[in-house]
Design a protein around this ligand. Structure first.
Ligand code: SF4
Length: 284
């Protein structure tokens, strides 16, 4: 099973997105998928290119809309493992409404946010994840807004799987994506992915100094929602690892009346030929 294709990514050398691409490819192989069993949907931004760089079904959507497309894909073909991906601008600015509602809906897809704390494709503007005081072309005197905490938002929205990782930690990231793909519900994975070209503050070294790995916290219990929120707040959202998982809640699509496991295309229409013709005639 090889999830690599022959397209050469046009990310800048050193961009964190390369490792996320590798982690997705490894995770998909490790959970035993075949390329035709995986669908990757992305939004717009440097990160949005990822759907073209994986040997699977790929859909490069529009800005902030990877999640509606990914949810439609899952509803139409429940046999597919569906993964959505995009940047922090894509998911937490224009796409934030979709992010919150997809989380609370708990549909069975994995959402990876490639969080570089800046807009890279448009050459470096302040994003929802940029820290207060962050200077860019759009905030030359420093941002006067504070950074969004995606982990707090996800947990507050009722997420059943919340994780965070760093693109340099390929082993942890691959494992978290595997767990996300195997989780029966919405899996939210935020990944620190340094933009080496435009973000000179949140660099690889900066993340290494500031990240708090959950393995360093004794007796941490990822099934305890209150503990998860407390640690997120105590670490200023710099926690990495599996932060929270609730395996008891069943996913959205299984509650849809008449739910069946197979893809819609394989299901009987359960309608007579005569009634079908009548239905088609109404659309003429
Ligand atoms: Fe990566 Fe930044 Fe280059 Fe975009 S501009 S490819 S985010 S390093």
């Amino acid at each position: 099973k090889d999830f690599r294709n022959n397209i050469k990514p046009n990310w800048c050398p050193g961009c964190g997105d390369f490792s996320i691409q590798a982690a997705i490819q490894r995770a998909a192989a490790n959970v035993g998928l075949e390329p035709e069993q995986l669908g990757v949907v992305s939004g717009i931004g440097c990160s949005g290119r990822i759907s073209g760089y994986i040997n699977a079904y790929g859909f490069h959507g529009v800005h902030g809309r990877s999640l509606p497309i990914a949810q439609g894909l899952k509803m139409a073909n429940r046999e597919l493992t569906v993964l959505a991906a995009g940047g922090d601008g894509d998911g937490f600015a224009i796409g934030m409404g979709h992010t919150v509602h997809a989380i609370r809906r708990n549909i069975d897809i994995t959402y990876i946010v490639m969080d570089n704390q800046i807009y890279g494709l448009t050459k470096g503007q302040t994003s929802p994840r940029s820290a207060e005081g962050f200077k860019t072309k759009s905030t030359p005197s420093g941002s006067i807004e504070s950074a969004l905490s995606p982990l707090e938002v996800a947990l507050a929205a009722g997420a059943t799987f919340v994780a965070q990782s760093f693109s340099s930690n390929l082993k942890q990231l691959t494992s978290l994506i595997e767990q996300g793909m195997q989780h029966k519900g919405f899996s939210f994975i935020n990944v620190f992915s340094p933009c080496v070209t435009f973000n000179k503050v949140n660099t690889y070294d900066w993340f290494k100094e500031n990240i708090v790995d959950l393995e360093e916290i004794p007796d941490y219990d990822p099934t305890n929602r209150v503990m998860a929120m407390t640690k997120i707040m105590e670490t200023n959202s710099m926690l990495t690892g599996l932060i929270y998982q609730d395996k008891s809640k069943t996913s959205y699509e299984t509650h849809v009346p008449g739910f069946r496991e197979e893809a819609l295309a394989k299901q009987d229409l359960k309608i007579s030929e005569q009634d079908f013709e009548k239905l088609v005639a109404e659309f003429k």
